[in-house]
Design a protein around this ligand. Structure first.
Ligand code: ATP
Length: 255
């Protein structure tokens, strides 16, 4: 369940977007991708699940080049939750989550009770079980986000890629979803804007700036005042939470 990127580059419209990224995500660990808008976080996640093809370099899953894996094999093991949820206009919540089982189904593998159980478990995990029959298009932004996460969980992925999974969530659900993600046996890459949440829930962080990794390692080794100033252009003080012992960022702005 290891994700490895070696000198990965990707360009679009003649511009280098991901610029020689080398990263190693240990099996079962959670890596937080942080960096300013446009630094390449979403692009990197798409390269890992082969939604985009690298221009050079290699992405491996358990040592196998993703480019060499059949499309279905990638779909069975890697789940991506993107920022913009698709519009499953005609479906209800349970049907959207059931889409996560699609890669596991086939002519010789029809829907089973195990598939139904995976869907129910995923709905429970995100606290949407009681809404299973509600039409998708009637959900709030945060509810849609939780259902998209449930869809990825129902897929039972070995690698889970999340692009800003908490941006629509209230604080309780932000904490619950990131806590849940962290406890999963999957290897996780999660793009996050909130540095405090990233420090609390990620085993390691990788900081992207203009498509390059400028720092990587455990949160306490990565997050410091100079990095936050140089990458984000913000003055900050970084301490340790007396509660959980993780780094805690305080932004030094006049309010
Ligand atoms: N297909 C494309 N064609 C042209 N430019 C692209 C394409 N895809 C991404 N980009 C550009 O690449 C840069 C990185 O985009 P990306 O979405 O990966 O950043 P991000 O770090 O996820 O940003 P955000 O924090 O705003 O979500 C941006 O400047 C974006 O405009």
């Amino acid at each position: 369940m290891t994700i490895r990127l070696d000198a990965v580059r990707w360009s679009a419209s003649g511009r280098v977007i991901v610029d020689g990224v080398t990263l190693d995500v240990a099996p079962g660990s959670t890596l937080g991708l942080v960096g300013p808008n446009g630094s390449g976080k979403s692009s990197l996640l798409r390269l890992v699940c082969r939604l985009r093809r690298v221009a050079s370099g290699v992405v491996t899953l358990d040592g196998t080049d993703v480019a060499a894996l059949p499309r279905l094999a990638v779909a069975r093991r890697v789940a991506l939750v993107e920022q913009q949820a698709g519009t499953e206009a005609q479906l209800n919540v349970r049907q959207v989550v059931a889409l996560g089982r699609t890669p596991h189904l086939g002519a010789l593998a029809p829907w089973t009770t195990a598939d139904a159980e995976a869907v129910e478990t995923a709905l429970d995990q995100v606290g949407m079980a009681e809404r299973r029959d509600q039409p998708w298009h009637t959900l709030s932004g945060g509810e849609r986000q939780r259902v998209q996460i449930a869809r990825a969980l129902a897929q039972e992925p070995r690698e889970l890629l999340l692009d800003e999974p908490t941006n629509h969530l209230d604080i309780r659900h932000q904490l619950e979803i990131l806590g849940l993600v962290r406890r999963l046996p999957a290897t996780v890459m999660v793009a996050l804007h909130d540095l405090n949440l990233a420090a609390m829930f990620c085993d390691t962080l990788a900081v992207l700036q203009a498509g390059r990794i400028v720092a990587a390692g455990p949160p306490e080794a990565v997050l410091d005042e100079e990095l936050i100033r140089s990458v984000f252009g913000v003055r900050a003080r970084v301490g340790r939470s007396p509660h959980h012992g993780r780094p805690q960022v305080e932004y030094l702005v006049d309010v």
